[in-house]
Design a binder for this molecule. Structure first.
Ligand code: M6R
Length: 590
């Protein structure tokens, strides 16, 4: 949700910043902007559209100077228009600010400032610019003014600013939003995600809550929340630079779906000792709560079925945005497992902080190395699936699911055997993909004008059905709903009409015949059944084959066809699967 990059060094900053911010497009693409400082003057450009659109129109990379900031926006306060795009300014355009997060008390602050200051946008960020304008007159420096302004702000923020009054520096701070400083000799970065500058340096400093960083060519210094100078050592992030390109695919989504078999193998690359230790803690904990949002919550749901079915441990799944309503009843010997691709999702971080405040231990299952969630957790398991750029989660979902398989096998004391079995699955998924992709494209053409889809399954596969429905609605904008097959007759059956598409995951396991009963009930009411199954059945109007596997592995082989179906329907409807409207990849606001 909004991305920030800043750079200061011995070379023109704008091209460097443009390259870095382009890698953060996943954080927002409704508008973008850049600001630079040269010879004590501020230069900027901003507009509606993605960073590539704004670059094409305004040649951002030609802004002069060796200091620059850039921003990609996902609108929270104020419509998507040029004025609301970042950077924002004080009245005299001496201070330029880029911001990720939400200033919750901006209305009060605006009311207070409005008589004396001229507001030009609807953005919450602008109150900070005008606060800075007041405080800089009284304070000796940008840093001091910022610390005073922070006392007035409620909410979450990652902020970077430049000023023509102190043209040799970038000042930055963060609270509940990620901000990372990158150190590279005389060049320094500040960014929402290390991924933006990892090709230049992997030496980083994570800004902790309320700390202020000042970046100059001479070096980077840090202040704590009280304005005292603090020493912060750079650390090497242990992740390799992987340029995320589409590699000839039409979209990142399609590329990332095709990487799913590989993602299983990469997720299997774990420290066995850590998995066994975590399984032991799961087994000992009085209560286990698994939390996440969106696709990560679906992985959590499947995890709860696996831990129950294989490991005999009953776990509760809490949607992260609802987590805090349950915190009061969490005993100390509860274990929380937080699942997140980005490791930044504000609702997840909030839940984890609340749990930790009660003395609860927290494990996390994360993709982005060094992310906020990874840092606040007691233990972290990385899924290792590499950068996932598409807003819709695909390969990260399967990676998260694999970790739950490992934990469940470890709970059974059969980790090695489980790994050996899991290693066989990717090849089956790959071979099946080659057989079914053409059929899924035809199906997408046939169903692209539908208004509603329903997804049903039972048991382990329920989470997969939920994931399929989320993916379809997210990128194709068709309403899609998932429910346990057994729930249909308790209400939703009333919506089934002649031709209504229903995707039914009919795994050849102990749920098979009961799921088929639900399929029959749908058929009797004219529904159009798309059966996801290892074998065809007269009850299916369309059969999408999945390979025959051991019962517990059906979720793994059923994911890819559903991700592909969603992708193909979106494309058939002329939608860009990589940039679903109104959404962003990292949801850093609550
Ligand atoms: O980074 P996270 O895994 O915490 O993100 C959680 C959700 O925002 C995410 O899964 C979202 O639902 C995706 N767009 C789903 O495709």
């Amino acid at each position: 949700m909004c991305g920030i990059v800043g750079f200061i060094g011995d070379q023109p900053a704008a091209p460097v910043v443009l390259r870095a911010i382009s890698r953060l497009e996943y954080r927002g693409y409704d508008s973008a902007g850049m600001v630079s400082v040269s010879n004590g003057r501020i230069y900027f450009q901003k507009d509606v559209g993605s960073i590539a659109d704004v670059q094409r129109k305004h040649k951002l990379d030609r802004l002069p100077g060796e200091i620059a900031l850039a921003h990609v926006r996902w609108a929270t306060h104020g419509r998507v228009n040029r004025v609301n795009a970042h950077p924002h300014f004080d009245c005299r355009k001496q201070i330029a600010v880029v911001h990720n997060g939400i200033i919750e008390n901006y209305q009060e602050l605006r009311a207070e400032l409005e008589g004396r200051h001229k507001f030009v946008s609807e953005a919450d960020t602008e109150v900070l610019c005008h606060l800075m304008e007041d405080y800089i007159e009284e304070s000796g420096s940008l840093e001091e003014a910022l610390l005073r302004a922070m006392d007035r702000l409620k909410g979450s923020y990652a902020i970077a600013m430049v000023s023509s009054r102190e043209p040799e520096k970038i000042v930055a701070t963060a609270k509940d939003c990620p901000l990372i400083v990158g150190l590279n000799g005389n060049s320094h970065f500040v960014a929402s995600d290390t991924f933006s500058f990892l090709d230049q340096t992997n030496e980083v400093v994570f800004l902790e809550e309320g700390e202020v960083a000042s970046l100059t060519k001479g070096g980077v210094s840090f202040l704590n929340r009280h304005g005292e100078e603090i020493a912060k050592e750079g650390q090497k992030v242990d992740s390799k630079w992987e340029e995320a390109t589409k590699e000839g695919y039409d979209s990142f989504m399609l590329k990332e779906i095709t990487e799913e078999p590989q993602a299983i193998l990469r997720a299997l690359m774990q420290d066995r000792g850590l998995i066994t230790e975590l399984a032991r803690e799961i087994s000992r904990a009085r209560q286990v709560v698994i939390t996440g949002c969106g696709s990560s919550r679906h992985a959590a749901l499947l995890g709860s079925y696996l831990l129950s079915k294989l490991g005999g441990k009953l776990c509760h799944v809490l949607t992260a945005s609802e987590f805090h309503y349950f915190t009061d009843s969490m005993a100390k010997d509860t274990l929380v497992i937080a699942v997140s691709q980005s490791g930044e999702t504000a609702d997840v971080i909030d839940g984890v902080k609340r749990a930790k405040a009660r003395g609860v231990r927290v494990f996390s299952i994360v993709n982005v190395v060094g992310s906020l969630l990874a840092r606040v957790s007691d233990k972290v398991i990385y899924i290792n699936c590499g950068p996932e750029i598409c807003v819709a989660a695909t390969k990260s979902f399967i990676g998260q699911v694999v970790i739950f398989y490992l934990l469940a096998f470890a709970l059974m004391g059969k980790l090695e055997e489980g790994i050996r079995k899991l290693e066989l699955v990717p090849r089956q998924i790959q071979e099946n993909f080659e057989q079914i992709d053409g059929k899924l494209k035809e199906l997408a053409q046939r169903t692209k004008n539908e208004n509603n889809f329903f997804y049903i399954a039972r048991g382990l596969n329920l989470a997969i059905a939920a994931e399929g429905a989320l993916k379809l609605k997210e990128i194709s904008y068709i309403h899609a709903e998932c429910m346990p097959a057994g729930e249909l007759k308790h209400g939703t059956l009333a919506l089934i009409e002649e031709g209504t598409p229903i995707v039914a995951i009919c795994a050849r396991d102990d749920t098979f015949y009961e799921t088929l009963n639900s399929v029959e009930e749908i058929k009797a009411r004219g529904g159009y059944v798309i059966g996801i199954c290892a074998e065809n059945n007269d009850s299916y109007d369309e059969w999408i084959r999945i390979p025959e596997v051991q019962e517990i592995f059906y979720p793994l082989v059923a994911i890819m066809p559903l991700h592909l179906l969603a992708h193909h329907v979106a494309v058939a409807r002329g939608k860009d699967p990589d940039r679903p409207r109104h959404l962003a990849k990292s949801v850093t606001v609550k």
